[in-house]
Design a protein around this ligand. Structure first.
Ligand code: AR6
Length: 191
């Protein structure tokens, strides 16, 4: 595990399956309708309750209650319970939506990703969580360049550290060994 320290906050990069990662809050790389059709969203829904349709229903109900709409904007987040993932010490799932890139990257996409990460960090703070784990939001089906995603994470966690209260540990949990190795290099270059 490689880590960076920003004030009272540590940001660690690790390899693993986020549905089993023992952080108080885990983040879902969702779409704006919380349809959890593939990628990490599907894996989280499956691990939480088995029946993915059921978790979509729970998520949409939570979205109506918490946001008052049937979709979320970048920066808006929805919280659902971890259900079966509680066995790993996970209490909350924070759903956030990153940009769709399709291989392209610009300031606008970066700003949307920044909002998505910051929204989840702030919500974890509101929930008084001490730890939060993120997948590489937008770096899968949404096709954003992995390096840019990791660099944006580092910038945003650093920015958030100035307002962090309860939150002490932020994790970036990467599924593949290749992504983990690439992220470790990017973290190493920041030191
Ligand atoms: N643990 C950790 N990371 C994972 C896991 C896992 N179990 N499974 C996949 N990843 P993606 P996006 C990684 O596609 O690009 C969904 O259909 C994966 O290797 O899940 O934001 C949503 O509903 C990649 O690095 O999210 C949206 O429609 C990262 O998670 C859309 O995909 C993110 O990949 C969102 O696309």
């Amino acid at each position: 595990m490689v880590e960076l320290s920003f004030g009272s906050l540590t940001f660690k990069v690790t390899q693993g399956d986020i549905t089993k990662f023992p952080a108080e809050a885990i983040v879902n790389a969702a779409n704006k309708y919380l349809e959890h059709g593939g990628g990490v969203a599907y894996a989280i829904a499956k691990a939480a309750i088995g029946n993915v349709r059921e978790y979509i229903k729970i998520s949409k109900e939570a979205m109506r209650e918490q946001i008052g709409r049937d979709w979320i904007e970048h920066g808006e987040v929805v919280v659902t319970p971890a259900l079966k993932m509680e066995q790993h010490g996970i209490k909350y799932v924070i759903h956030t939506v990153g940009p769709y890139c399709g291989g392209k990257w610009d300031e606008n996409k970066k700003d949307k990703l920044r909002k998505a990460i910051l929204g989840a960090l702030r919500k974890a703070g509101e929930l008084k969580a001490e730890s939060i784990a993120f997948p590489a939001i937008s770096a899968g089906i949404y096709g954003c360049p992995f390096e840019e995603v990791v660099k944006t994470f580092i910038e945003v966690v650093n920015e958030f550290s100035k307002e962090a209260k309860s939150l002490k540990e932020v994790y970036l949990v990467l599924y593949s060994k290749k992504d983990y190795e690439r992220a470790k290099d990017i973290f190493g270059a920041e030191k």
